[in-house]
Design a protein around this ligand. Structure first.
Ligand SMILES: [Zn+2]
Length: 95
């Protein structure tokens, strides 16, 4: 592992184009993680980690940077994956 820093994740909610996105923020550095890249559900929402998940350490200093990443990196080719994760993350919105 290249990372010696041990994040202390807390759950936060950000508004991305009207969508509420839950993700993890490090209490120490204030860095915001991409919920898809790090699999926020298992990192800070006490959900089990998926068996085959390609984790990436992607962190941002501001919510704007995270939104840009979500919209331009994930919203394209990974739109379906994004929606799947988003629906999983917004479990309190069950109808
Ligand atoms: Zn990402």
């Amino acid at each position: 592992m290249a990372y010696t820093w041990e994040p202390k994740w807390e759950l936060i909610e950000v508004d991305v184009d009207g969508m509420k996105i839950k993700t993890c923020r490090d209490r120490i550095t204030g860095l915001i993680a991409c919920p898809i890249c790090i699999h926020a559900a298992s990192k800070c929402m006490d959900e089990p980690a998926p068996a085959n998940y390609e984790y990436e350490n992607v962190f941002f200093y501001s919510v704007d940077d995270l939104i840009n990443h979500l919209l331009y990196y994930h919203a394209r080719g990974l739109k379906k994956k994004f929606e799947k994760i988003q629906s999983k993350l917004s479990s309190e919105e069950e109808e």
